[in-house]
Design a protein around this ligand. Structure first.
Ligand SMILES: [Zn+2]
Length: 685
C-alpha cells in the first residue's frame, strides 16, 4: 500500500509538473499598446522564447481578443484560438531561440479599467490573480518569468506610467509614445500601466534608487502627508532585508476607484487615491502601512514569487511582517506589539467562529495569509534569533532571485543558518489550522503594552483599582498609565465611559477632555452619543480637533443633543470636507437640509450638491456616502436614481453590490419603482 502511494504521489507530481515552463521559456515580451475612443485596446506584441526541450505545441493566454496578425520573423503562421488561449504548433529542437508576433485588438472586461474624473480620465490595470492576459496576450502561469517592455501611445496631455524605466518619449501632434524598459524578468500578473493627469516628485533612496511619487496636479499639499516616511521606510527595508532593491526605480501611483488598497506591480505600485490625504487626515487614515507593505512585496512576491497559491503566505505574510518592522522602526516597540496584539485578537475571533485555516492551504482567508503569516515569521525569528533569521532571508532571496519559491525553499535556508530542525514549527504554524494561542500570548507578554491589553481582557482595569479598605484609588490616564502608543489610555477611557457609576470615571473623562491627546478626545467624541449637559462645553471643543473622525462624530452628536444650537454648529463647520469620501461635508449637507431654520433659501442647493456627489465622476467612496445619506433622508430625485442604477455596473464589487441592494430596496417603494425599471431597461440596451 505504501509503495503504491509513493508511486501515485510521484505520478501526481510528474503530471502536475508537465507544464509548458518545462519545454518553453519566454524570455521577453515587447508590447506596443494604444487606445481607441471606444476603449478598445490596440496591441502589437513581440515574443522571444527559448525551446528548453523539443516540443510541438506552444500556448499563450489571451482572453477574448481579436487577432489581426500572427507571424514569426518571416512568415504568417497558423494558429488555433478558443477565446482563452492561442495555440501554435511548431516543431523545435532544444536550445533554440524563436520569435513570435501578435497584432490584436481587445475590449477588456477586467484587468484594465477606464475611469472618469471631473475634468480628465484614467486608465489603469490590476493583473493579480492571473488577469493580464485580458489586455495583453501573456503567460498566466506565475512560474514563467519574462522581461516586459511596454510602449504606450496616448494623448500628449496625459502622463503614462508603467513597469521599469522610461527610456524615451516621442511626441507627434496629438499623442506621445512612452517607452518603458525592464531589465529583469517578472511574472505576467505584475505587468502594470497607469494613465492620467499626474505630477511627480522624485526622491532618492540612500542606495541611489529613484523613488517617484505621483500625485494629481491639484493635490500638491497632499504629497507630504501621503508619502510621509517613504524614504525612511525604503532605506530601512533595504538594510533590514539585506538584499539591494532589485529594480531600476520605484514608482507609486494613486488611481481613482481602485479595487484594493494597493498592488505591488513590479517597480510600479498602484494604490487607491483615498490614501491621498491632507495633514488632518493623517492621524486617522494614512498610507504608511500600505506603502511599506507594497514596497516589501518588491522583494517578497516580485523578486521571488510563489510557485502556486499553497505558498501565498511567502508573499502576504512576508509583506505584512516587513511592513510591521518598518513601522516598528518609525513608531517603536509599543506600536509593533500593539499591532501584533490586534492581529492576535482578529485571528482568535476567526478561530472561535470555526473559520481558522492553515497557512499552506491555498484557500485560506486574507486574515490567515496576512496576519497569521506575519505572526509565524515573528515567532520563527524569536526561535532562531536575529542573526540566523536575517542571514536566511538574505540567502533565500539571493538564491531564488527572479525565480519561483515554495515554503521549503525558505525553511531550508533558516534550518541551514540556525542549525535547528524546524519540522515541528512547520507542522504547527504552517500546516495546522490550529492557532497557537499559548505561544502568541507568551510572546506578547514580553511587551508592557501588549501584556497590559491581554490582562485587561479578563481583568477590567477599573474594577481592581481599590485599596485594602476598598477605597477607590484615583489615577491619571496620562501620567499613571504606560503610554503604549495610546492603546492603553484609550482602552481604559473606554472602560470609564462604559462604567459611569465608577467613582473616578468622571475625573478620567474630564482629564481626557482637558488633554490635547487627539486619540483620547476622539474616544470621547465616539463614546458619548448622549452628551451630558455637564460636558457640553468641553464636547463643543471637539469640533476644533485636527481629526475628521472626531469632528464628524462631534458634529452629529452636538446637533442631535442640543437642537437650539444647531445653526451655530453648522455655521462653525460649513467649510470642512473631511476625507476623500467627504465624510464631514456630506453629513453637514444632510444636517443642513434637516434643519429648517438654517439657510432656508439654500436647502435646494444643498440637496443638489448632495446629489452631485453620487455622480460617476466622483470617487465611489464618496458616492456611497452620498447614496447612504439620501437613503436616510428618504429622498431620491431622478438624477440620483440614474447614478444609482449606473453604479450597479461598477467594477468595484463591494460598491456594486451596495448599489444593487439599495436599488432592490428602493424598488419596493411605489414612488421609485417604475423610474428604476425604466432606467434598468435603458441600461440593458
Ligand atoms: Zn500584499
Amino acid at each position: 500500500m505504501r509503495y503504491f502511494l509513493v508511486l501515485f504521489i510521484t505520478f501526481l507530481c510528474l503530471s502536475a509538473k508537465a507544464q509548458q515552463t518545462e519545454f518553453i521559456d519566454f524570455i521577453s515580451i515587447k508590447a506596443e499598446v494604444s487606445f481607441e475612443k471606444d476603449n478598445t485596446v490596440k496591441g502589437k506584441a513581440k515574443y522571444i522564447y527559448k525551446a528548453l526541450k523539443p516540443f510541438d505545441s506552444l500556448m499563450i493566454d489571451a482572453v477574448n481578443i481579436e487577432i489581426t496578425n500572427f507571424y514569426d520573423d518571416h512568415y504568417d503562421l497558423d494558429f488555433e484560438y478558443d477565446g482563452k488561449q492561442i495555440i501554435y504548433k511548431p516543431q523545435f529542437e532544444a536550445n533554440s531561440y524563436h520569435e513570435l508576433n501578435i497584432e490584436y485588438t481587445v475590449k477588456p472586461k477586467k484587468a484594465l479599467y477606464f475611469t472618469e474624473k471631473e475634468n480628465s480620465h484614467q486608465i489603469w490595470t490590476q493583473g493579480q490573480g492571473k488577469y493580464t492576459s485580458h489586455w495583453l496576450p501573456s503567460i498566466d502561469d506565475m512560474n514563467d518569468k519574462i522581461e516586459f517592455d511596454l510602449s504606450i501611445t496616448y494623448d500628449k496631455d496625459y502622463q503614462v506610467i508603467a513597469n521599469g524605466a522610461l527610456i524615451d518619449k516621442i511626441s507627434n501632434d496629438s499623442t506621445t509614445t512612452w517607452h518603458y524598459d525592464m531589465q529583469k524578468p517578472m511574472s505576467s500578473y505584475l505587468v502594470a500601466l497607469a494613465i492620467g493627469k499626474y505630477e511627480q516628485k522624485v526622491i532618492t533612496s540612500q542606495s541611489g534608487i529613484p523613488i517617484q511619487l505621483y500625485y494629481y496636479p491639484e493635490d500638491s499639499a497632499k504629497i507630504e502627508p501621503t508619502y510621509r516616511y517613504t524614504k525612511q521606510m525604503f532605506d530601512f527595508l533595504e538594510n533590514e532585508i539585506g538584499v539591494p532593491y532589485p529594480w531600476q526605480n520605484y514608482k507609486q501611483v494613486p488611481v481613482k476607484d481602485f479595487l484594493y488598497s494597493g498592488m505591488e506591480n513590479t517597480s510600479c505600485t498602484i494604490f487607491s487615491d483615498d490614501f491621498m490625504i491632507d495633514n488632518t487626515s493623517f492621524i486617522d487614515k494614512n498610507y504608511v502601512n500600505v506603502n511599506a507593505h507594497e514596497l516589501a512585496h518588491q522583494w517578497f512576491g516580485d523578486l521571488v514569487t510563489e510557485t502556486s497559491g499553497s505558498h501565498h503566505w511567502l508573499q502576504e505574510g512576508f509583506a505584512t511582517y516587513y511592513a510591521l518592522l518598518a513601522e516598528r522602526d518609525l513608531f517603536g516597540d509599543a506600536y509593533y506589539y500593539n499591532r501584533l496584539y490586534e492581529y492576535y485578537v482578529e485571528l482568535k475571533a476567526q478561530d472561535e467562529a470555526g473559520d481558522g485555516t492553515a497557512l499552506l492551504n491555498p484557500k485560506s482567508s486574507s486574515t490567515t495569509f496576512y496576519k497569521k503569516g506575519a505572526w509565524a515569521l515573528h515567532v520563527l525569528r524569536e526561535k532562531v534569533g536575529d542573526r540566523a533569521f536575517k542571514k536566511a532571508v538574505e540567502d533565500y532571496l539571493t538564491r531564488y532571485a527572479f525565480k519561483n519559491v515554495e515554503t521549503s525553499s525558505f525553511i531550508t535556508e533558516v534550518e541551514k543558518q540556525s542549525g535547528k530542525d524546524l519540522t515541528l514549527f512547520v507542522d504547527r504554524w504552517l500546516k495546522s489550522p490550529v492557532l497557537l494561542e499559548g505561544q502568541m500570548i507568551a510572546s506578547l507578554e514580553d511587551n508592557e503594552t501588549a501584556s497590559f491589553l491581554i490582562t485587561k481582557q479578563t481583568n477590567p482595569y477599573l474594577s481592581y483599582r481599590t485599596d485594602a479598605d476598598d477605597n477607590y484609588i484615583p489615577f491619571s490616564l496620562i501620567t499613571t498609565l504606560p503610554e503604549g502608543f495610546h492603546a492603553i489610555q484609550v482602552s481604559v477611557l473606554e472602560e470609564a465611559l462604559s462604567k459611569p457609576e465608577y467613582p473616578t470615571s468622571d475625573d478620567l473623562i474630564l482629564e481626557a477632555f482637558n488633554s490635547d491627546q487627539i486619540q483620547l478626545r476622539q474616544t470621547l467624541a465616539l463614546g458619548l452619543r448622549t452628551v451630558p449637559l455637564k460636558y457640553q462645553k468641553q464636547y463643543e471643543g471637539l469640533l476644533n480637533d485636527a481629526s475628521y473622525i472626531t469632528i464628524e462624530a462631534a458634529l452629529y452628536n452636538l446637533w442631535a443633543n442640543f437642537p437650539r444650537k444647531r445653526n451655530l454648529y453648522l455655521e462653525q463647520t460649513k467649510t470642512i470636507y473631511g476625507f476623500n469620501n467627504y465624510n464631514i461635508r456630506i453629513l453637514w449637507l444632510a444636517l443642513a437640509i434637516a434643519t429648517p431654520e438654517y439657510e432656508q433659501d439654500k436647502t435646494e442647493a444643498f440637496f443638489n450638491e448632495l446629489v452631485g456627489y453620487t455622480n460617476p465622476t466622483q470617487p465611489f467612496s464618496r458616492r456611497q456616502n452620498a447614496f447612504e445619506t439620501l437613503s436616510s433622508l428618504g429622498v431620491f430625485n431622478p438624477a440620483a436614481l440614474t447614478n444609482l442604477v449606473e453604479a450597479t455596473k461598477h467594477h468595484n464589487w463591494r460598491f456594486k453590490s451596495f448599489a444593487k441592494q439599495l436599488v432592490d430596496l428602493l424598488s419596493e417603494n411605489e414612488k421609485y419603482k417604475s423610474i428604476i425599471s425604466n432606467l434598468q431597461d435603458n441600461q440593458k440596451q
